[in-house]
Design a protein around this ligand. Structure first.
Ligand SMILES: C[S@@+](CC[C@H](N)C(=O)[O-])C[C@H]1O[C@@H](n2cnc3c(N)ncnc32)[C@H](O)[C@@H]1O
Length: 457
């Protein structure tokens, strides 16, 4: 039997930013009892799971690929007809998600968090349901306390009867767990935001900061202002170790002025989109010099807040044991010296924050303000996104500035890494990488071939 991922009609970011729960859900109880759905909203939920099914299948994240496809309806032929009510039940939970926050991440994040961090005093049924489900989750085998035999999930999408049986078992174990933790899951889906703080994006950001530092002069410090910083872990990019497949290595403990605890090591395969192009920015010569660090987020996350850290862990996909390990190491480091984060909507408060925190100084060689963001603009409306870019553009015409972006563009399935600097009123643009893997497994360099300088703008 073929595992059917429904045809895609767009890319995940559009679904995310267009996700709007129905108004009546705002004050509705956690789990509306009615089986009546608002068909438009249900369709929106269905589409977001269909996109997520495709995205996770491509990333070999088979557990979510299967579950998403079941919830989207893509494998209804695979599921027993009695499961239709279960699918409706899961879709219903998702209707409470906040605008801009993709329901699959919220639902799966809530369940994963509850598996990783079980609540005290579970009922015997809850203990039993958890034991069944954790057998599918590799993170639970790496970090959990259960010794239950593991179920192989790498070939879960295979076209065999055996794989089809395991898909059915996975879905039923997931639903059973979800039904027994309905209020905890519903509460998370309603209240939480998709705030995955992924330090695997730091290799791409490091490349961007290195290119900016080259433009600014390597000794000139960069002041970092991150939009959508979540817990601010990417503001600490220069505390992590890097190993690129082309041999480039960077390790903070090799630098005498740095903190020497064991840092997370981020390994990235280097791909060239065109081997004739020049090589990417030099990174092995050292980390750029950093001045201030500040993050803005609609909901800044405090690394000392245990509940928030559990949620960040829940958002990691269950096959990605190494990501969970890196996240824990980064949080440990951030707790020693947390970056400053402020609450705000960056599409509104950017000029004021910059005026107050980063006033332009007249002396030469003052730090270069570097605004950056990764996986944030898909959560903004199209107008807000455009306004923010325009605000940055206008600022760049008045002061030295850099803008680094790791975001989806309309044409692509993977995000693009672009950088822009305004130095001495000259603007230089570059697309450093046409495509970057979502969690940093690979970067496809463009090199600096398409650099374009606009004098006197
Ligand atoms: C998916 S997370 C990405 C976090 C981090 N940039 C990373 O790549 O690991 C998106 C973050 O952007 C924040 N965000 C979304 N819209 C925002 C806005 N208008 N202003 C400030 N933060 C925003 C969210 O709260 C969330 O923490």
């Amino acid at each position: 039997m073929t595992f059917d991922i429904r045809p895609q009609t767009g890319r995940p970011p559009d679904v995310a930013s267009s996700w709007r729960p129905p108004q009546h859900q705002k004050s509705a109880p956690a789990m509306p009892q009615s089986a009546q759905f608002d068909p438009a909203m249900t369709q929106c939920v269905v589409r977001s799971f269909a996109h997520f099914a495709k995205r996770t299948a491509e990333a070999d994240a088979t557990i979510y690929a299967v579950l998403s496809s079941c919830i989207a309806g893509g494998t209804m032929h695979d599921l027993a007809s009695s499961n239709r009510a279960d699918v409706d039940f899961l879709r219903q939970i998702c209707l409470a998600a906040q605008p801009g926050n993709p329901p699959p991440n919220l639902l799966f994040g809530a369940v994963h968090e509850l598996l990783l961090h079980p609540q005290s005093d579970p009922s015997p049924e809850q203990v039993d349901a958890r034991r069944e489900l954790v057998r599918f989750y590799p993170t639970m085998h790496a970090f959990g306390d259960d010794a239950a035999p593991r179920i192989e999930t790498s070939d879960l999408l295979a076209s065999t009867a055996h794989a089809a049986t395991r898909r059915q078992d996975l879905f039923e174990a997931f639903v059973r767990f979800a039904r027994l933790h309905e209020s905890e899951i519903g509460q998370r889906v309603r209240a939480r935001r998709v705030q995955t703080n992924e330090i695997g994006r730091c290799p791409a950001l490091l490349a961007g900061f290195s290119w900016i530092a080259e433009q600014a002069g390597r000794d000139r410090p960069l002041d970092l202002l991150e939009i959508g910083s979540s817990a601010g872990l990417n503001l600490l990019f220069d505390q992590y170790a890097y190993e690129f497949s082309d041999g480039c290595r960077l390790h903070p403990t090799a630098h005498p002025d740095r903190f020497t605890a064991t840092p997370p090591v981020l390994r990235t395969e280097v791909r060239l989109s065109d081997t004739n192009r020049p090589t990417p920015p030099r990174m092995d010569i050292g980390y750029p010099v950093i001045g201030q660090r500040l993050g803005i987020d609609l909901n800044p996350i405090d690394v000392h807040d245990e509940a928030s850290m559990r949620w960040l862990e829940g958002l990691v996909w269950p096959e990605h044991v190494d990501r969970l390990r890196s996240l824990r190491a980064a949080v440990e480091m951030a707790r020693r010296e947390p970056p400053t984060l402020i609450r705000g909507d960056a599409t509104r408060c950017l000029p004021q924050v910059i005026e107050e925190r980063f006033p332009p100084l007249l002396e030469p060689q003052t730090p270069l303000l570097c605004i950056f963001h990764s996986y944030v603009t898909y959560q903004m409306s199209r107008d807000d996104r455009a306004n923010m870019v325009q605000t940055i553009e206008q600022l760049g015409q008045r002061r030295d500035l850099a803008h680094l972006s790791l975001e989806w563009v309309s044409s692509g399935h993977f995000p693009r890494l672009t950088a822009r600097v305004w130095i001495g009123r000259r603007r230089t643009d570059v697309t450093l990488a046409e495509r970057c893997h979502h969690h940093g497994r690979w970067i496809e360099w463009n090199g600096a071939a398409n650099e374009a300088t606009t004098p006197g703008c």
